[in-house]
Design a binder for this molecule. Structure first.
Ligand code: HEM
Length: 480
């Protein structure tokens, strides 16, 4: 007898034709977020592709993303159970762990500890500001010496050292010099995390890639290798902390985790610290690299920022977080940097935790979900000329920052998996940029074209570029 299925159950999301074995892998292209924007025009904001055997739901545009991640938050809070994710943070990653009671507790402790050390109260903010100001000053010195005799240099590794040191100071109470080659090479390698995690997922989706030599397989191996290396680095630090631990004194975040997270089981302290160390580095150094790129790309905007700082802060002291209301153009410049670059174009892949209906389409439990943040930040219906870099779009008629518009930039995701480092990153990006601009003028290398293209990984980065700095007139040695 014919089985009549209910129409709702059979209505899967539309999407492109999928080839046997590969599915749509070959159609993703170099910049999948752009490919998905094109596909969304054809199939709608909610569509489905196949990667290998697995169906992947792709969400585009603010409305559809909000309906899923906020409207059905628990149903969209999973992570795919890829076996490659077990290599991350010794298998005890919160960021890559599936949705469960244990995970909720894990996230709660990680989040509240990070907040306690960065933004919970005035004391925490003051300590964080001091760390950032110290690193910004070191960065100015490093830039100045790299610019000796008008030389041009690529600033991205120095940016990584600076932001990694802030998280090291919070986690371990320790920082490393810009001349420390061992630290630099660890950071240089962990920066590859973003470029290889995709290959990890590809090998999970197409397991037969493991069986013969190919670029995805070698990337997958280096992905496993650098996860091990980052985890070993953290493990050594934590073991030293355990040996010198005094329950009466919480020296840093590692001590706080030893105190609060040990009850989750073995390896959770190390896993959580590796998560924070990894999540904060690649993202914040990409952000700072974009800022520098855009400053040299648009010298007239840099001049306007210098002018604003001169008026609001002057030369007698360094800028502080509390100055931000008096620096609306700087805030607008930073929001426009996040929007324009959308340097985290996708969230980490999600996974449905139950059968769900989105926009009338049936999506089964355990479907992988890609969330295209880039599509929100470049939506013509939301932004005028989305492809133009124009900080002025965030200022109202009085020249103040339009906070509602600024909230519309989607880069930290939404819902139960929203980034827990958002506040921390905003303080860090603001202060680094303010202090660097206060102290330096950044000059483009006239031999380079500064093309607007970008390089893909988990984060998008500008194509490698060089700059040089000249120090701005100092009336006094800056002090924190
Ligand atoms: C997750 C963005 C900095 C810790 C995420 C996600 C995004 C993101 C898009 C994935 C959310 C999802 O899957 O829906 C950013 C950006 C940053 C930044 C743009 C800098 C500008 C940081 C920092 C830390 C951090 C500094 C910690 C020190 C985390 C953690 C997760 C996460 C732990 C996993 C959350 C979860 O799975 O529940 N971040 N992040 N992030 N981020 Fe960030």
């Amino acid at each position: 007898a014919l089985r009549v299925r209910s129409p709702r159950r059979t209505r899967s999301p539309p999407g492109p034709f999928a080839w046997p074995l590969l599915g749509n892998v070959m159609q993703l292209g170099e910049l999948p977020h752009l490919t998905f924007c094109r596909m969304a025009q054809k199939y709608g904001d909610v569509f489905q592709i196949r990667l290998g055997r697995r169906a992947v739901l792709v969400l585009n545009g603010e409305a559809a993303i909000r309906r899923a991640l906020l409207g059905q938050c628990a149903q969209f809070a999973g992570r795919p159970g890829f076996s490659s994710y077990r290599a991350i943070s010794g298998g005890k990653s919160m960021a890559f762990g599936g949705y469960s009671e244990l995970w909720r507790l894990h996230r709660k402790i990680a989040h509240s500890t990070l907040r306690a050390f960065s933004s919970a109260d005035a004391d925490a903010r003051a300590i964080l500001q001091r760390h950032i100001a110290d690193e910004a000053r070191e960065l100015v010195e490093a830039f100045a010496s790299l610019s000796a005799r008008g030389r041009y240099f690529d600033p991205s590794l120095e940016c990584t050292v600076a932001v990694a040191n802030v998280i090291c100071a919070l986690c371990f109470g320790q920082r490393y010099g810009h001349e420390d080659q061992e630290f630099k090479s660890l950071l240089g390698r962990t920066l590859k995390f973003g470029q290889t995690v995709g290959a990890g997922s590809l090998v999970d989706l197409l397991p037969w890639l493991q069986t013969f030599p190919n670029p995805a397989r070698s990337l997958y191996r280096s992905f496993q290798e650098l996860n091990r290396e980052a985890f070993d680095f953290v493990k050594a630090k934590i073991s030293h902390h355990r040996r010198t631990y005094d329950p009466a004194v919480t020296r840093d975040m590692s001590d706080a985790f030893i105190r609060d997270i040990g009850r989750l089981g073995d390896g959770y302290v190390e896993g959580t610290v590796t998560d924070l160390f990894g999540a904060g580095q690649d993202t914040n150094s990409a952000a700072l690299t974009w800022v520098l790129f855009l400053l040299v790309r648009y010298p007239h905007l840099q001049a306007r920022l210098h002018e604003e700082l001169e008026g609001a802060v002057g030369r007698e002291r360094l800028p502080a977080w509390e100055d931000r209301r008096r620096l609306p153009f700087l805030e607008a410049f930073l929001y426009e940097t996040l929007r324009f670059s959308s340097f985290v174009p996708f969230t980490i892949p999600h996974c449905t935790t139950a059968d769900v209906t989105v926009d009338g389409f049936h999506v089964p439990k355990d479907t992988v979900v890609f969330v295209n943040q880039w599509s929100v930040n470049h939506d013509r219906a939301k932004w005028k000329d989305p492809h133009a870099f124009d900080p002025g779009r965030f200022l109202d008629d009085k020249g103040e920052l339009d906070r509602d518009l600024a909230k519309g930039v989607l880069i930290f995701s939404l819902g139960k998996r929203r980034c827990i480092g958002d506040e921390f990153s905003k303080v860090q990006l603001f202060l680094f940029t303010a202090i660097l601009l206060h102290q330096c003028t950044f000059l483009a290398d006239p031999a380079e074209g500064l093309s607007m293209g970008c390089v893909n990984g988990l984060t998008l980065r500008p194509r490698p570029f060089s700059l040089s700095v000249t120090l701005r007139h100092r009336r006094r040695q800056p002090s924190a």
